[in-house]
Design a protein around this ligand. Structure first.
Ligand code: HEC
Length: 206
């Protein structure tokens, strides 16, 4: 196609090439676009260095776990519900598992089936099987051979190891014969279903 047929389009600008009726312009890329491109290339280099090459920063999940672990150190009443909530958070349980393997297997066995210390996987507990009972036993210790781990490990670590022990409860590993009393969680009374009669009449319109 000859040069003189190349027109200037209102939107595309100067047409530089036509083929089969398809017109092509060759405009410069807008500054905002180029700035965005080069800025993101620069950003990715720093991002890669920070998180990958130097590993200076934690990924969000690791940072979150660290913060939750730090929050656990805080003093305060330890409730069954708090401890059970930790059981639902996998990094907490795996932190507790490492603590267990480091400090507890010598006496309780690596499967927690019991050695010098009792089997922690059965339904029978010397000092109670409620989450807060287990926390207190581990934290404060007992007179007959179980040390108080609270001062040694810190409150947060005791909560983690408690979370791990709670995952073992009632897994019934064959091991040391049951000691103590059978413990079953007390049934929370079911909330009564509201009946027809109890539903209050809507307030009369003023
Ligand atoms: C030196 C041995 C030893 C070590 C180490 C040890 N325990 Fe114990 N543990 C015992 C003994 C012995 C008992 C029973 C105490 C009693 O009869 O008063 C016990 C009891 C317990 C109980 C109460 C069980 C029940 O039936 O009520 C729990 C829970 C427990 N230990 C958890 C742990 C955890 C968690 C660790 C690690 C942080 C740990 N123990 C480390 C020896 C040990």
């Amino acid at each position: 196609m000859s040069e003189e047929q190349l027109r200037k389009d209102d939107i595309q600008g100067q047409i530089v090439h036509v083929y089969d009726g398809i017109e092509e312009a060759d405009n410069e890329l807008p500054t905002w676009w180029l700035v965005t491109l080069f800025a993101s290339i620069l950003f990715s280099a720093f991002y890669w260095m920070y998180y990958e090459s130097l590993a200076a920063g934690d990924y969000p999940e690791a940072a979150y776990t660290k913060e939750r672990l730090a929050a656990l150190e805080g003093a305060g009443e330890v409730t069954d519900a708090d401890l059970l909530a930790l059981v639902g958070y996998a990094p907490m349980v795996s932190a507790g598992k490492s603590l267990f393997f480091k400090n507890c297997t010598k006496c309780h066995g690596s499967d927690a089936g019991g050695k010098d210390g009792p089997n922690l996987t059965d339904k029978f507990w010397l000092y109670g099987g409620a989450p807060s009972d287990i926390y207190n036993t581990i934290s404060k210790g007992t007179k007959n051979g179980m040390a108080s781990w609270g001062p040694k490990l810190g409150g947060g670590a005791v909560k983690q190891v408690t979370a791990y022990v709670l995952t073992l409860r009632n897994t019934n590993v064959a091991g040391k014969a049951p000691q103590g009393d059978e413990w079953t969680p007390s049934e929370a009374p079911a909330a009564p279903e509201p009946t027809e009669a109890e539903v209050p009449d809507p307030a009369p319109a003023p």
